[in-house]
Design a protein around this ligand. Sequence first.
Ligand SMILES: Nc1ncnc2c1ncn2[C@@H]1O[C@H](COP(=O)(O)OP(=O)(O)OP(=O)(O)O)[C@@H](O)[C@H]1O
Ligand SMILES: [Mg+2]
Length: 313
Amino acid sequence: MADPIVVAEGLRKSFGDVRALRGLDLNVREGTVCGVLGPNGAGKTTAVRVFATLAVPDAGHARVAGHDVVRAAGEVRARIGLAGQRAAVDEKLTGRGNLRMFGRLSHLSRREAHRRADELLDRFGLAEAADRRVAGYSGGLRRRLDLIASLVRRPQVLFLDEPTTGLDPRSRGEIWDAVRELVADGTTVLLTTQYLDEADRLADDVVVVDHGRVIATGTPDELKATIGDRLDVVVDDPADLPRAAAVLTRLAGAEPRATGDDRLSVALPGGLRPAGIVRELDRAGVDAADVRLRRPTLDEVFLRLTDRTEAAR
Ligand SMILES: Nc1ncnc2c1ncn2[C@@H]1O[C@H](COP(=O)(O)OP(=O)(O)OP(=O)(O)O)[C@@H](O)[C@H]1O
Ligand SMILES: [Mg+2]
């Protein structure tokens, strides 16, 4: 297999007493989307800042496109784009003005900066808004412009820090489309997110980060497979819920989660059949309105994983 295009080995970074990264390892394959998933404060932004040469790790190494982020920061910078958690675009300028400015800042000639701005606006469907000031843009449009601004230099690797946080579903979809298009062109994308559906839809590989470390990696499907199928039970009478919970605890070997006042959900060990469960519920005098087996969502994988590290501490 080709060398990964982003590599982190044992990255550590503290801010005073706060250990933001505690030995973070990850690999991103060229031409893929890697989703770095983690709760608030997990260390996602810190890791991205290290990759983008904006922060120096206390220990460990990181390489991007074959170059060490500390010793060859300039080489790395020439090959990456970054759209941060906060928009970097200038409110007083138009969309086109911003892109031209980014072009000039990346040492494109005036003519080339203008050409590139037009090309990007066209390509990503921003031509209509191009000549309005950013101050009047919606949140989604602003974020899209921010992403596009990070493409001015045709980066080999693009880092997107929570590109869709706070956006409505339609704007999120537009950002996703833009990311897919970039990847189709051969760009490698590392994006951080708190949204599991985003990682599920967009990422080839998911890296789950918690407390400054990677606690799981795999494709979304592999991660879901690690916790097995889920069983959802809906009872006719909410008063039966405690009894249903007792049955599920006994059969599944784990306490179910209440997902509503008439429903429970539990991870199901292999080999247990819904029919057997219905029989046991029946025997306990519980009328089940619905018993259904399904794949877990990435959300459930995430909850399980982060629970486990919480308990192990
Ligand atoms: N410049 C800084 N000074 C002090 N503490 C910091 C600094 N940057 C990050 N931290 C702390 O390091 C930890 C990791 O922060 P980081 O921003 O990397 O998390 P995150 O996963 O990006 O979180 P979020 O989802 O909220 O963006 C947090 O406890 C944060 O408060
Ligand atoms: Mg962050």
